[in-house]
Every structure is written in structure tokens, then in C-alpha cells.
Design a binder for this molecule. Structure first.
Ligand SMILES: Nc1ncnc2c1ncn2[C@@H]1O[C@H](COP(=O)(O)OP(=O)(O)OP(=O)(O)O)[C@@H](O)[C@H]1O
Length: 763
């Protein structure tokens, strides 16, 4: 093998040499482009100066400046592309590839070796020295074991014989390790990758993608792809690799701005933000559900998932039943039914006001609406009403121009705002010019009316929603909670607040009535941590992104405070709710994040944990520390943090809610200078970090300390998901600390799965 390695190193050196040459060439092109940009820019500045001196030439110069601006933009873009190529080549130089496959096609006498890396690289004569990992042929590297293999290409399925598979770890141009493997992607490389400590940013997994993950990444057929994957199975990693794959696969028809990822929180958004750039791709758009809602409800405060978690614990069974109903598919269908029966008399029209006086009366708006045939859909009638109102607004503007206040303002127009208003226009008469300027003055004042019409403010959607709720016949077992829910909605409205439960149906109702809310630009929507979304929310997102394919990923076991939904059940529900042709469920049961003892412990916490397959990485048993008083627990916790910090850069203390996190913060504040994370935080510092579990969703830490896992704190089944999610955040070390008896969820476990210790403080 040593000889082989020397041979491979020689090839690496040769390839790097060629990459360096290519880089030099690109650098020359870049320098030339840069000089060009500078000269275009200089030109632009000079023209801008002329513009200031010769006021009469303004209009003409303006056009020229626009043209110059375009030139600058193009030159800059050209420069950016070249800069990116240089960066890519620089990265490729450090580690040009990570895999090699030797294949022999049926009619070929000898095999050929193909090398696989993050991006492709061809030499001057066009020979591929490195293949992009996303090229059709590269799928063999991830999928195939030695022997006959198939791979799909745009021209159909191809057959070949896989003779050899080799993996490399190349750092700064040197082969650190190489392995030959018969497996899909062998364990050695994975061991190496997983044994490392956690970074501030998530890394790509391109060199070690596993077969089942590869299925997710390369699926281009499904309209709805649902991935149920146990904690640490690489769902988030797979999403990001999938995005990179899709961008490559549809290079000409898909760009990163047409992909949106719904992420659980802002910490996560930042944590994953480096993966796509490291694969040479731009990041997709990212949104949290809270951000999505707050954009759609301007001026309102929509409850966040976090506010909701904090409340969720104390729900009665009636409230829970009500919540399930409100969040289900049926409730959304009831809304659709309701809008079918809307007419001029039961739509809640409302006046449009200007400066406190009525501008369009609701009765007039209602009459306009009524003038359109009842055979039309409500949304169509609303749209026509809108157009009619805009026409009326234009007439009102015409009349208003003659009013004294406008005439007075006309006299105040100076040269500066004259040009702003008039632009390049030429007028036939002074009268025409005056009217034009007058109209623009009035338009400015009436802008709020225009906006109100545009945004459908002539329908009071909140009253409409109340009327919808009042129209429903609910079953007796939730009727009290239901009345309370309706009252509460009105009360919150006065405070400009909307609960998460109402946000989705409200938006849906608004869209159904006004025909708005759709966003057809997006081609792919990804939702991570899907178990935190209700079916109603998912349905709404499907409605809002109607042209998009959906990839939903999550782990039903990581539901916090909620019963687990069987993934097959969920797929069935979604398939009917989404009304799609090609739906597919992929299940990932192998967990990579944690050492085997941690994964086995976490798996034992949940009922069908035996399905979880731990990756064979050794480490210490999870430790449970029993203390008998708040004072001892505090002292132990401090001691523990100090010890863990000796081995790891970050230690996370995870709690079940914010109140507990604050408690921990007070305990550790003076001795450890910890950071208490909140909803709005975007980055994770080093040292001790404290947060409630819902903020740690999707994240991982070298060392996790679960705070107070006592019987009192985690009394029942309802807490399983929380405990499981806490335990599964740990990569290398897991410690749970308890004051008083430990939760029955833990005491029921096989005692070989953890070590138990009373206070760690020296006596
Ligand atoms: N094929 C792989 N090669 C190398 N590392 C991997 C691979 N798959 C997963 N990992 C690593 O395992 C860890 C967990 O992955 P990831 O966060 O994507 O899992 P997840 O399923 O989204 O987890 P969770 O649901 O618990 O948040 C990460 O550190 C990731 O880099």
C-alpha cells in the first residue's frame, strides 16, 4: 500500500500543479477585468459630475448614467465570477478529491480510474482529472459495492463493473490517509470525520455520504419527499447536500433564490450557513416560521414557537383536544367550505379612511362587490372590487387636483422636485404639465388609500375570522375551551397579538377571500424539524408555495410535549392534504452524531428505540449525578462545567424551559461567565452556553449537561421527547444532573447504559 500511496501522491502533485496553472491563468483574467471595472467606474464618476454642473442636461445625462451603471454592474459581476473561480481552485488545490472509482464498461478491455471531488476539473485538453461529486457517474462512489453496478444518466440507466473503490483524506495537498473499501463508503473515513470536535459551523459531508442519505440527496422525482430520521442521522446534512445537488442538476433552470428552507431558529440558520459555500454554491433563502408570519401580519405580534413551548406544558386535555382540531386538516377544509358561502352580506367590509375621515364607505364597497355575478368565486369578485376602487380613486384624484391646497402646493414646486416628478416627460401644454404635477401631489397624499386597496384593508379579516369561528358547531367536549378561545382571540387582537394557533387559519382565510398570498417563484421548499409543524401549517405552506416541490425532514420522537405521530400516518395525511402525485418516505435509522454509548442511552429513552442503530464510535458511558439539595446540585454543576471545559471548547447546559435556563445562569454566572441564549441570538459563543431545549433543536455540542432530570421535573411520558432530544445533542460527553430522585423515564432503563454517581464534590 505504501507504494500505492506514493503513486497516488504523485498524481495529487500533478493535479495540483495543473490547478495552480489554471489558477494563475484565471488570476490574469481577473486582473484584466479589474482594470476594466476601474476605468468604467471612473468614467461613471466623471459623468455624474457633469450631471451636477449642467442642470439642463440632466435628463439626457441620466440615461447615460443608467447605461454606465449597467456597465459597472456587469463588470463587477464578471469580476465576482472570476474571483469565485479563483477561490474554488484554491480550495481544490488543498484537497482536489476524496474518492476514486475504477470502472470497466462492458465493451472496454481495461478499466479506467475516475477521481471524485467537490467540483470538477479538466486539463487543457479537456480530460477530466476530477469529477464533480454530483455528476451521474459519481453516484457509483456512494451507492455501489464492488461488482456490476448501475447509474442513471439523462440518457438512461448505464451499466458498468466497479473494480475498485478508494477513499482519500487529502489535507493541504498531502494524502493523510487512503483506504480501499468494498462497502459503499467505508467506516474508516466516517470514524475519522465523526471523532473530531464540533465547530462553530456545520461541515459538509460530501466525502462520506451514506447510501440512504444519497437517496435523499439525489431524488429529483418526488413532489413530496418526507424524511423520518432518528436524531443525528444526518437529515440536516442531507438537506444541504441535496440543495447543492439540485442546483447542479438544474443549473440553468434553478437558482439559490428559488429555494427556501424553513429552519427551527436563528442559531441553526447561522450554524448551517457555511455548508453550501464550502461546496461552491450560494446559500438558499432561510426563514423561521415566526419570520414568515411576522412578514405576513404587519403591525401584529405573532406568537413564536418558543412562546408556545413555554405555555404548552400546562394545557388541560380539553385544550389539547381543541388545539389538535385547530391544527388539523379538517379545520382548514372548514375554512374552505366557509368561504364558498360568502356573499355581499356576510363579508365584513370596512371603511377606508384618510386622516380620520371616511374616504370609501363600506356600504359603497359592498355594493361594488354585489354588482359582480354570484357565479364568480369570492376571490374573483374581491379582485374586481379592488380594480373598481382603484378606478374610483383615480377619479377622486382628478377632482382633488382643482382644490385650493393642491394649487397652493403647485406654486411651491422648485426645480429640484420638478425634475423628480416630471422625469423625461414632455408636455404639449402648460395645462397638461400642471395637471400632471397636481396629480402626483394628490397621489402622494392618497398613497395610503392606494395601499389600503392593494392590501385588501377594506375587508376586516379579523372580524371575518371571528364570524367564521362563531359559525362552527363544535362537539360538546371542547365547547368551553372553544368559547374561551374565541374570546381570547378578540382580547389579544386589541393588544395587536395573534397566537400561533390562529395565525395559519387567519392567513388561509385571507388568501381564500382575496386570492393573494401565493408565491410562485419558489421551486423547492425544505422544512427541517417538521414534527414541530402542524398539518394545518404544512398545508398552508403548500398553498403559499403552490409551485414548489416539498422536502420535509424531521424526527417524530423529538416532538416536545406532544404525542408521537407515526411517520407513515403522517405521510398519508400529508399526501391527501398536499394533493401531490409523487410522494415518498425515506427512513434513516443510523445515528452518526454521538458515541455509541450516548446513542444507545438516548435510544433506550424512547419506546421503539431499538430501531436506532448506533454508529460504532467508542466513548464514555453517559453519567447521571444524583444530588440531594439545591445547594449541592449548584456546586456539582459548577464543578462539572469546569471539568468539561478542560476537554471541550463548548459545554451546553440544556434545560426544559427558559425559567430553568435562567436558574442555571444564576448558579453559574459568577464562576463560569456562561452565556444564556435567547430566541434572537444568532451565534454560539465558546465556553458554557445555557439554553432551553427548543433553542438547541438541530444543533450539537461536544459536551451536554442535562439539567435537573429529577422525577419532579420529568414525571411522565409527555417528557420523553424532551429528554431524548437533550440526550441526543451530545457528540462526545453526556451528563445528566438531578436533584432528588431521578425521573422514572431514566430509572426504568437498563443500568448498563449509564453510570450513576452521587455528588461529585469531594466530601
Ligand atoms: N455521512 C456522514 N458523514 C459524516 N458525518 C455525518 C454523516 N451523516 C451525519 N453526519 C454528522 O452527524 C451529525 C448529525 O447530523 P445532522 O445534524 O445532519 O443530523 P440530524 O438528523 O439533522 O439530527 P437531529 O434531528 O438530531 O438534529 C453531524 O455532525 C453530521 O456532520
Amino acid at each position: 500500500m505504501e507504494e500505492e500511496q506514493a503513486k497516488e501522491q504523485k498524481r495529487v502533485d500533478e493535479v495540483i500543479d495543473k490547478i495552480e496553472k489554471q489558477k494563475q491563468h484565471t488570476q490574469d483574467l481577473y486582473d484584466k477585468a479589474h482594470t476594466e471595472t476601474s476605468s468604467v467606474e471612473k468614467n461613471y464618476v466623471q459623468n455624474a459630475k457633469v450631471n451636477l454642473i449642467e442642470a439642463d442636461d440632466r435628463i439626457e445625462t441620466n440615461a447615460e448614467i443608467q447605461q454606465q451603471k449597467g456597465l459597472v454592474a456587469r463588470a463587477v459581476e464578471n469580476e465576482t465570477i472570476l474571483q469565485r473561480q479563483i477561490n474554488d481552485l484554491e480550495n481544490l488545490k488543498k484537497s482536489p478529491y476524496f474518492g476514486r472509482i475504477d470502472i470497466q464498461d462492458p465493451d472496454e478491455p481495461v478499466s479506467e480510474s475516475l477521481y471524485i471531488g467537490i467540483s470538477s476539473f479538466a486539463d487543457q485538453s479537456g480530460d477530466f482529472l476530477v469529477y464533480d461529486w454530483r455528476a451521474p457517474i459519481s453516484s457509483i462512489y456512494y451507492n455501489g459495492t464492488l461488482g456490476p453496478v448501475q447509474y442513471s444518466t439523462p440518457a438512461g440507466t448505464m451499466q458498468t463493473d466497479l473494480k475498485k473503490k478508494r477513499q482519500f483524506n487529502i489535507q493541504n495537498g498531502e494524502i493523510v490517509h487512503m483506504f480501499d473499501t468494498n462497502e459503499t463508503v467505508g467506516d474508516e473515513m466516517l470514524q475519522e470525520a465523526l471523532g473530531e470536535q464540533n465547530d462553530e459551523y456545520m461541515r459538509n459531508i460530501v466525502a462520506t455520504i451514506q447510501k440512504d442519505q444519497n437517496d435523499i440527496i439525489r431524488d429529483t422525482r418526488s413532489d413530496l419527499l418526507v424524511v423520518q430520521g432518528v436524531a443525528g442521522s444526518g437529515k440536516t446534512s442531507a438537506i444541504l447536500q441535496r440543495i447543492a445537488f439540485l442546483l447542479y442538476h438544474s443549473r440553468t433552470s434553478l437558482n439559490a433564490d428559488e429555494i427556501v428552507l424553513f429552519s427551527p431558529n436563528k442559531l441553526y440558520s447561522r450554524y448551517i450557513s457555511d455548508v453550501l459555500p464550502s461546496l461552491g454554491e450560494r446559500n438558499m433563502r432561510q426563514l423561521t416560521l415566526a419570520e414568515f408570519f411576522s412578514r405576513r401580519f404587519e403591525g401584529m405580534h405573532v406568537e413564536s414557537l418558543f412562546d408556545r413551548y413555554e405555555k404548552q406544558v400546562s394545557l388541560t386535555s380539553e385544550q389539547q383536544a381543541l388545539q389538535d382540531w385547530l391544527e388539523g386538516e379538517d379545520f382548514m377544509h372548514l375554512l374552505e367550505q366557509y368561504t364558498l358561502n360568502l356573499n355581499a352580506n356576510n363579508i365584513k367590509f370596512t371603511d377606508i379612511n384618510l386622516d380620520g375621515t371616511v374616504f370609501f364607505k363600506k356600504e359603497d364597497i359592498q355594493n361594488i362587490f354585489e354588482s359582480f355575478p354570484t357565479s364568480m368565486r369570492v376571490s374573483e369578485r374581491v379582485l374586481r372590487t379592488k380594480n373598481q376602487l382603484i378606478k374610483k380613486l383615480k377619479q377622486r384624484i382628478k377632482l382633488e387636483i382643482q382644490k385650493d391646497w393642491v394649487q397652493e402646493r403647485l406654486e411651491d414646486v422648485n426645480e429640484e422636485n420638478y425634475h423628480d416628478i416630471v422625469g423625461k416627460r414632455h408636455f404639449k401644454s402648460f395645462e397638461e404639465e400642471k395637471n400632471f404635477i397636481g396629480a402626483s401631489i394628490v397621489q402622494k397624499k392618497f398613497q395610503v388609500i392606494d395601499d389600503a386597496i392593494f392590501n385588501n384593508y377594506f375587508i376586516d379579516i379579523y372580524s371575518q375570522y371571528i364570524s367564521f369561528m362563531n359559525s362552527l358547531d363544535v362537539s360538546v367536549n371542547i365547547s368551553n375551551a372553544w368559547r374561551h378561545h374565541i374570546d381570547e382571540f378578540s382580547k389579544q387582537l386589541e393588544l395587536h397579538q395573534i397566537s400561533l394557533l390562529n395565525a395559519t387559519p387567519l392567513l388561509f382565510l385571507r388568501d381564500l377571500i382575496t386570492g393573494g398570498g401565493g408565491n410562485r417563484k419558489f421551486q423547492h421548499v425544505f422544512i427541517d424539524e417538521m414534527q414541530d409543524y402542524s398539518v394545518a401549517q404544512l398545508m398552508y405552506l403548500k398553498h403559499a408555495f403552490s409551485k414548489a416541490k416539498f422536502t420535509l425532514l424531521g424526527d417524530s420522537e423529538q416532538s416536545l410535549f406532544k404525542d408521537i405521530t407515526d411517520p407513515n400516518e403522517l405521510l398519508k395525511k400529508l399526501k391527501s392534504a398536499f394533493d401531490v402525485r409523487r410522494a415518498r418516505l425515506i427512513t434513516l435509522n443510523r445515528s452518526y452524531r454521538s458515541t455509541a454509548p450516548i446513542t444507545n442511552f438516548a435510544a433506550a429513552l424512547i419506546p421503539d428505540g431499538q430501531k436506532i442503530e448506533a454508529f460504532n464510535r467508542q466513548g464514555d458511558l453517559p453519567k447521571i449525578i444524583l444530588t440531594n439539595s439545591p445547594r449541592v446540585m449548584s456546586a456539582d454543576l459548577q464543578q462539572l462545567c469546569h471539568e468539561e471545559l478542560k476537554a471541550f471548547g463548548t459545554v451546553a447546559v440544556l434545560t426544559k424551559d427558559m425559567a430553568e435556563s435562567e436558574q442555571v445562569f444564576n448558579i453559574l454566572q459568577s464562576s463560569l461567565h456562561p452565556t444564556l441564549m435567547t430566541d434572537g441570538d444568532r451565534s454560539l459563543p465558546k465556553g458554557v452556553v445555557i439554553m432551553p431545549i427548543y433553542l438547541a433543536k438541530g444543533l450539537e455540542f461536544d459536551s451536554v449537561i442535562g439539567f435537573n432530570v429529577s422525577q419532579e421535573n420529568y414525571p411522565t411520558e409527555l417528557w420523553r421527547g424532551t429528554l431524548y432530544t437533550i440526550a441526543s445533542r451530545a457528540m462526545h460527553h453526556l451528563t445528566l444532573i438531578s436533584q432528588g430522585n431521578v425521573s422514572p423515564l431514566i430509572t426504568h432503563l437498563d443500568t448498563n447504559l449509564f453510570g450513576m454517581q452521587t455528588s461529585i464534590l469531594p466530601k
